[in-house]
Ligand binder design. Structure first.
Ligand SMILES: NC(=O)c1ccc[n+]([C@@H]2O[C@H](COP(=O)([O-])OP(=O)(O)OC[C@H]3O[C@@H](n4cnc5c(N)ncnc54)[C@H](OP(=O)(O)O)[C@@H]3O)[C@@H](O)[C@H]2O)c1
Length: 173
């Protein structure tokens, strides 16, 4: 699960579900990659720590973008770091896990590119093989995106539709 900032929201239900289900049957690993501006903005910190202690959640280190004296990093930078890349590769490729991204669309695009780089670096895939594996994941329903920040684009399309309708009406008259 990759969900910086408010993108973390849907994932709370994932670990709550896992906690509830783990009393009934063994559950797979749940790994979270979270990022925020400063340490103070580490949303649901206590809840995540509780889940980590209960072995419900694996937490990768925070990606902090505006914490004084700490090098700026984004979730996609964390994903590319060697140990994390290996871990994610094992879960996704070897164990055929699911990959979830939630948050801003620019971040999601960057994450999807970096994931393909992980396939190349760890799985020794060519760029074409990495793209193909990524497409297979999408076809298999193992790559999930819940993204926002595309309202402007939608509005542009919307206004273009209005513009073209207006032109057509004007031409008809
Ligand atoms: N007024 C405030 O103090 C305040 C605080 C938080 C959020 N907000 C607003 O609340 C809304 C939602 O906030 P949010 O918590 O979801 O987001 P956010 O706090 O703006 O962003 C979450 C994290 O994602 C990073 N990020 C930005 N662009 C990225 C990219 N292309 N790839 C990967 N990571 C990227 C941010 O880094 P950067 O530091 O580079 O942005 C930050 O570390 C936004 O409109 C935001 O502006 C306001």
């Amino acid at each position: 699960m990759v969900g910086p900032g408010t993108g973390i929201a849907p994932f709370r239900s994932f670990w709550q579900e896992k906690l509830a289900m783990s009393k009934k049957e063994p559950q797979g690993e749940l790994l979270l990659l979270f990022g925020c501006r400063t340490k103070e903005m580490d949303l649901y910190h206590d809840e995540k720590e509780y889940m980590r202690r209960k072995e419900i959640l694996t937490l990768l280190p925070l990606a902090l973008s505006r914490e004084p004296k700490i090098k700026k990093s984004y979730v996609q930078d964390r994903l590319l770091e060697n140990d994390h890349a290996q871990h994610v590769f094992d879960l996704i490729v070897r164990k055929r896990g699911h990959f979830y991204v939630c948050g801003d669309c620019t971040m999601a695009e960057a994450v999807s590119k970096v994931l393909r780089t992980v396939f190349q670096n760890i799985g020794h895939m060519t760029p074409e093989e990495a793209d193909e594996y990524f497409l297979h994941m999408q076809d298999d329903g193992r790559y999930h995106e819940d993204i926002f920040g595309i309202t402007l684009r939608a509005a542009e399309v919307h206004s273009k539709t209005h513009e073209s309708a207006k032109t057509q009406i004007e031409q008809q008259n």
